[in-house]
Design a protein. Sequence first.
Length: 404
Amino acid sequence: TGFTATVRFALGAALAQRAGADGAGRREAADEMARALGMFRADDPERWECHAEYTQAVMEQADATDDIALFEEAVRLLREEVRGAPLSRTESAVRRSNIGFGLMGVALRSGRTETLAEAVAAHREAVALAGPGTPFTAHLLLGLGESLMVLAEFGADRAAPAEGIEVLRTAVAASGTATYSGADCRTALGDALRNLARLTADPAPLEESVRWHREAVAMAAGPPPPTALLGLANALGALYQHTRDVAQSDEAVRHYEAALASPQAARPGLRGSLLTGLGYLQWTRAMESGDETLMDRAVATLREAVAQLPALRRGMGLTNLGSALMNRGLATGNRVWLAEAVTVLRRALEGSPPTAMERSLHLNNLAESLRCWYETVGDAAAADEAAGLLREAMALGHGDRAGA
């Protein structure tokens, strides 16, 4: 009966609330809610209310665990709601936006770049359906802008960066300074400007990127969230690569370390991104100073980062780790380090979509490691492969040749 279904669903919701971050408890709660949904009559109005709560629980569990199957399940449930639930125009727009976020989760964790265009389309539908002036305008624009920038990063869509930045500027304007998504919109715009600098090899957008990230951090009522600190640290680290202002590097390291110390940074993908940025700065500073202890620390940090990054983000962690191993091998004359560098940099290239902005960086770094291997052991095949990789890199019409 409807009463029994409602009571059982309430039990599942209570279990979910009690579970908190406990993965097993979340799964038990979700299973209970799913069983309850199957007990409702198709025409029971409470069914869709419970359906929406269950969908939210699945999405939260997907975010907490990086489980691709859960993201796919959340997308399926959201599509059910769009097709059948009695939704207002705004509610329908929010569901479509959440479909886009779910598809983005699938793409980032599975490496299936074909899903990116589908995510952008879902976010476009959401923005168009809602129109301007709703309480969710900034949030909907944020989803579209972020998906466009990921499409630019991994889908080689040359129009996407400019559109993404324009959309995110509109999102920031719609968010104000103390309304829903204000800090998230500023973080996303700062990230977009940093990626524009990578894509164009022009450092000009980096100063503005840092400004937006500082605004996002300043908006926090308490300790800034790790995502805001990550954005600011990444922007400062990128700026440091051009200015060599040690104060920028030192500040970036402090932000990475503060974010890593937060309980909110436990999610694998977020922790992996923080460790990638920190390891990259440790490596560059070790290269400049000749500090072998710091170089060893950088290698350890980057190894941990690679283990926690989602599929589409893993390539940058691998290329940084491989480059650090190569530098360590050259400095010590240790062929084991050099051989591992070639293996790791090959993994970075093999896992990189052909359309990824960073692919040229992986090609160049693998070629450099093979050249070093040739010069160390005299392997002519390595030299031939390096030449072929460099030709491929030169032929690319897009790419990140500087890294970040």
